[in-house]
Design a protein around this ligand. Structure first.
Ligand SMILES: Cc1cc2nc3c(=O)[nH]c(=O)nc-3n(C[C@H](O)[C@H](O)[C@H](O)COP(=O)(O)OP(=O)(O)OC[C@H]3O[C@@H](n4cnc5c(N)ncnc54)[C@H](O)[C@@H]3O)c2cc1C
Length: 408
């Protein structure tokens, strides 16, 4: 187990500086254009693939870093560059982690390379869990997967929504219910290979922020996939279902609680994205406050402005510490006895919304225009309190954990 540290080691600092260079030189200059175009920034993803940032190798290296700081450090730097473009770059990684965590070696070897493509022909992947009637209450999802034993195929029907890269992905990972009575324990994940009949993109959403990231509905109409597309395989699924049925019979609530551990481990990564956006807006505001003069002096010389910057910086640093602690806990298998993963996501995402709004205020009229990036950063920051569990759901999880109540 690695000791918790608040300092990056030499190797991590090197990676951070390299990522920062890419974010500053490639991502940030492209941000306004792709935000206006509301399209996936394929050329930027390709650049990221060429230098090795858009790859499973890079993602896995950070993911398995025993200090737990690899992923938060990488997310903070990329999202400092621009949230929409960064999500287009890391969105595939989120789907790939689903396969890494649950897939067999053969599935990992077959599908993950197809998620990324190669640097001359980059591809993306999508993770499809949310549905029109199952957002916060993901256990109630209705997409059904039924096994056709005669053909060794799964038949999947349902409508997914809000899928990042949905419909444009080469590989979709779809969560479906194989036993609705077991709630989230009756869910299984399936690979939908490229070109599978019956999968279609529905509505593409026009969004408030992170507009460079593609978000759409995914319709699954009698989609047939081979048995080998069930992540982890049928034998493992049958064993898991049998255990879940037994547990549900004895103690239904404990079954529901176990599922929450996964979210606790993945939420700090979203917190780190929020820290990146908040830091970016704070830096613009600090710079502006030092150079903009009114009444014969820099506006930072007014306590009213300087105190805002002091609060912004304090909250960003506090958010980063919560994120790093939770990431370290996740990598080292520490139990989240106070829902520390949810805490980090809640605090960092609310901080990003607050800090980016303050940045607009400090830039005055300029802050309200698209000539300056803080307007975009403020729009982008609103997503952090919504996806991977809204702020209300984080509070619910933390409160119920503290109270010793079952998490529903
Ligand atoms: C841009 C974007 C990208 C996304 N990417 C993906 C993706 O790649 N894959 C994927 O599967 N999903 C994705 N999502 C979906 C996202 O995770 C959901 O939007 C989120 O979980 C909230 O669900 P909902 O939108 O249905 O809101 P609802 O669950 O309907 O919530 C509406 C409001 O009610 C509140 N609320 C609900 N229940 C409670 C409660 N018990 N107590 C208090 N308040 C409550 C919520 O906090 C919220 O304020 C994405 C969403 C967006 C907007």
């Amino acid at each position: 187990m690695a000791e918790f540290t608040m300092e990056l080691n030499d190797e991590q600092r090197e990676v951070r500086d390299w990522l920062h260079g890419f974010a500053a030189d490639v991502i940030r200059p492209a941000a306004a254009e792709w935000d206006e175009r509301e399209e996936t920034p394929w050329p930027v993803i390709q650049e990221a693939a060429k230098v090795g940032i858009y790859s499973l190798d890079f993602y896995a290296q950070q993911y398995f870093d025993p200090t737990g700081l690899g992923i938060p450090m990488a997310m903070e730097e990329l999202f400092w560059g621009d949230a929409g473009i960064a999500l287009s770059i890391v969105g595939t990684g989120l789907a790939a982690v689903g396969v890494l965590a649950n897939g067999t070696e053969e599935q990992i070897g077959t599908w993950i390379p197809q998620m990324y493509g190669d640097q001359n022909d980059v591809k993306v992947a999508a993770f499809c869990s949310s549905e029109p009637d199952a957002g916060s209450d993901v256990a109630s999802l209705r997409t059904r997967a039924v096994y056709d034993e005669a053909k060794d195929e799964w038949v999947i029907n349902g409508t997914k929504t809000w899928a990042t890269n949905g419909g444009i992905a080469n590989v979709h990972v779809v969560v479906a219910s194989v036993d609705p009575e077991l709630g989230s324990k009756g869910h299984a994940s399936f690979i939908i290979p490229p070109g599978t009949e019956g999968l279609a993109q529905g509505q593409k959403f026009k969004k408030h922020g992170i507009r460079a990231s593609h978000t759409a509905e995914v319709i699954l109409d009698h989609v047939r996939v081979p048995g080998s597309c069930l992540l982890g395989g049928k034998e493992k699924l049958d064993e898991r279902l049998a255990r879940a049925r037994e547990k549900a019979r004895k103690d239904g609530e404990r079954v529901k609680n176990a599922a929450m551990a996964t979210f606790e481990a993945s939420r700090p990564a979203v917190g780190a994205m929020a820290v990146g956006t908040a830091r970016a807006a704070y830096e613009v505001a600090l710079d502006y406050a030092k150079t903009r003069e009114q009444f014969g002096r820099a506006i930072i010389d007014n306590q009213g402005v300087a105190f805002q910057l002091a609060d912004m910086r304090t909250q960003i640093d506090a958010a980063r510490l919560l994120v790093w602690r939770a990431s370290w806990m996740a990598v080292n298998g520490k139990p989240f006895t106070a829902a520390e993963g949810s805490m980090s996501k809640l605090f960092a995402s609310e901080t990003a919304k607050k800090v980016t709004a303050q940045a607009i205020q400090i830039l005055g009229g300029n802050g309200y225009t698209r000539e300056y990036p803080v307007e975009r950063m403020h729009r982008d920051s609103a997503i952090y309190t919504i996806f991977e569990g809204t702020s209300e759901i984080q509070r619910l999880v933390i409160a119920r954990t503290l109270a010793g109540m079952p998490i529903r």
